[in-house]
Every structure is written in structure tokens, then in C-alpha cells.
Design a protein around this ligand. Structure first.
Ligand SMILES: C[S@@+](CC[C@H](N)C(=O)[O-])C[C@H]1O[C@@H](n2cnc3c(N)ncnc32)[C@H](O)[C@@H]1O
Length: 221
């Protein structure tokens, strides 16, 4: 069995859950965006550590609400998603922008993205739902697409409950994931862990468990 076949059924199911979802409209609200881009946001703090926005890729872009925040700052930005409908939406949204490129991904790695082509990669509010084997596979392929010195800021699940279960049964639909295994894989793949934190995603920590999300800044040496 090839690695890409592990969790293939679940990957496809997760992808189709987020095809034409009501989430995208809600997610554009100032309150939701503030959690990522507001002055007190941990995401914004770590994003500011990214040194070079010459060539940026956003993984799992949805309708492009995050890309829209940085399209003026990035020299070039590629928006990537497993769902063609999301990329079609982004094509319309950014039609007047000459610096945006589009990529429909396979949901498992960055196939189709050129070697050493990116100075920065980021993904918010998406990998938390991915199959963990896909998260690990994306990490390994990051090393290939980042230029030396390139950085990646990834938001993923640190929820270690319900191994082998269904992500929709877990708090905030967090799939199984682990910050420590993520770090291990990143280091084995030849990436440096520059900064990392775990945090709770809303709700009552007693019910939800502490630190079910993680945000990690990686660098290709
Ligand atoms: C909750 S939405 C978040 C979208 C966007 N990041 C945002 O914050 O608005 C999850 C996104 O992940 C994408 N997705 C799901 N599985 C994926 C996979 N295996 N690889 C890449 N994208 C995936 C969905 O199509 C969707 O755009």
C-alpha cells in the first residue's frame, strides 16, 4: 500500500465536506478574521516572523479570505486547495490581481508545485481537519518546494483523542494530530522548528481539552 492510499477515503470525504460550505461566508466576518489578523492574534504575531513574501503559497485557501489580507504585501501568491470550486471562487475574487496563481492540489502533497519555488507557505483553519497522514506528507514535501531560508507557518490539530476515529466526532471537528509528532517529522525531513505553540480553540477548556490546536513556524535551512 502506498502512503497516499492511507486515509484516501477519509481525505476525499473531508474534501467534499468543504465543497460549497456555508462556512466560507461566515468566515469573512470581521470577528472571525480578527482572530487571525487582528493586533492581538497569535497568527498575526508569527506571520510577522516570515522574512520573505516574494513567493507565497497558501494551502487550503477556501474562498481566499487569508490571501486577501496579504495580496498587497506578497510579490506573488499561489492559492491552493483540494476543491476546484474554491479555486474557481478565488479566480473570480482575485481576477484583477496579476500576482495571484492558482493550484488544485491532490490533498496529500504539493505535486505540481516546482522545487524550491516558495519563500513562504502558510495554512490556517484547515489542516486541523486533515487526515494526520496528509499533514505529515505535506511537511515532507514542504522541504522540496521551499527555497533555502523559506518558512512555513502551519495551523494543525494537536488533538490526540479518538485515534482512528472520524474527525466530525471530535471537539471542533479536529482530526487526530500531534504537535510532537509534527515536530519529529519536520526535523526528520530536514526542517527547523523556529516557533510553536499549542492553544485551545474556543469553548470550555474542561470540555474541549487544553491545547487541541497547534501553530508552528518551520524553516528550510
Ligand atoms: C475550514 S476550510 C478553511 C479554508 C481557509 N483556510 C479559511 O480559513 O478560510 C478547510 C479548507 O481545507 C480544504 N481542504 C480539505 N482537505 C484538504 C486537503 N487534504 N488538502 C488541501 N486542502 C484541503 C477545503 O477545501 C477547505 O478550503
Amino acid at each position: 500500500m502506498k502512503n497516499s492510499e492511507i486515509g484516501a477515503f477519509e481525505r476525499e470525504q473531508i474534501g467534499s465536506h468543504w465543497d460549497n460550505h456555508g462556512y466560507y461566508q461566515d468566515a469573512e466576518s470581521p470577528a472571525w478574521l480578527d482572530g487571525f489578523w487582528g493586533p492581538r492574534s497569535r497568527f498575526a504575531r508569527l506571520f510577522d516572523f516570515i522574512a520573505d513574501l516574494s513567493s507565497v503559497l497558501e494551502l487550503a485557501c477556501g474562498h481566499g479570505r487569508h490571501a486577501a489580507q496579504i495580496v498587497d504585501r506578497a510579490v506573488a501568491i499561489t492559492v491552493s486547495d483540494i476543491n476546484e470550486s474554491n479555486i474557481a471562487f478565488c479566480r473570480q475574487r482575485f481576477a484583477s490581481r496579476g500576482n495571484v496563481s492558482y493550484h488544485v492540489g491532490n490533498g496529500h502533497d504539493f505535486a505540481g508545485v516546482a522545487d524550491a519555488s516558495m519563500t513562504a507557505v502558510f495554512s490556517y483553519d484547515a489542516m486541523v481537519h486533515f487526515e494526520f497522514e496528509d499533514v505529515l506528507s505535506y511537511i515532507v514535501d514542504l522541504k522540496r518546494i521551499l527555497r533555502p531560508g523559506g518558512q512555513a507557518l502551519l495551523h494543525y490539530s494537536n488533538y490526540t483523542g479518538n485515534p482512528g476515529g472520524h474527525y466530525r466526532d471530535n471537539p471542533h471537528s479536529r482530526n487526530f494530530g500531534s504537535e510532537t509528532v509534527f515536530w519529529h517529522m519536520a526535523r526528520r525531513a530536514g526542517l527547523q522548528v523556529l516557533e510553536s505553540e499549542t492553544f485551545n480553540w474556543g469553548g470550555n477548556p474542561q470540555e474541549m481539552g487544553f491545547g487541541i490546536d497547534a501553530l508552528t513556524l518551520l524553516r528550510r535551512p
